[in-house]
Design a protein around this ligand. Structure first.
Ligand code: CA2
Length: 144
């Protein structure tokens, strides 16, 4: 069975504990369960990982180049700053990467309007909360 890696970046381990008005009430455990359930429905294996460290995300993106059919990534605040994550995604091309954000980054502070990941992603979904992860999984599964 083909595998899709779902990666979450810094502070997303805090989901459901603070800032519910921005990020909702669902925890990371809830979001990861939603992703695995959607994977089962789509007939793909979903493996979920979260890290607060940029290098972990870079290592996992590189690994996925050998063992996964695609990546769904919410790079958190690294979306706006990380040339390292941009380069790692470029390095595994043409493996498809879908970028997800829970919040609508374009309706927030100007520093969130730019994503370093968007130019190397096949697409980006933002503003739909956890549903965005399921939409991204559907989009990747449709390409397999
Ligand atoms: O909207 C998103 O998914 C973000 O990637 C979330 C990041 C933020 O830096 C991006 O601009 C947009 C922040 C994740 C922080 O998550 C928290 C969750 C609960 C409490 C505090 C932070």
């Amino acid at each position: 069975m083909k595998k899709i890696l779902v990666l979450n970046g810094p502070n997303l381990n805090l989901l459901g504990t603070r800032e519910p008005a921005v990020y909702g009430r669902e925890t990371l455990v809830d979001v990861e369960r939603l992703c695995r359930d959607e994977g089962a429905r789509l007939g793909v294996e979903v493996e979920c990982r979260q890290s607060n460290h940029e290098g972990d995300l870079v290592d996992w993106i590189q690994e996925a180049g050998d063992k996964a059919a695609g990546i769904v990534i919410n790079p958190g605040a690294y979306s706006h700053t990380s040339i390292a994550i941009h380069d790692a995604i470029r390095a595994i091309a043409p493996l498809p990467v879908a970028e997800v954000h829970l919040s609508n980054i374009h309706a927030r502070e100007p520093f969130r309007h730019v994503s370093m990941v968007a130019p190397v992603a096949v697409g980006m979904i933002c503003g739909f909360g956890p549903l965005g992860y399921t939409l991204a999984l559907q989009a990747l599964a449709a390409r397999l």
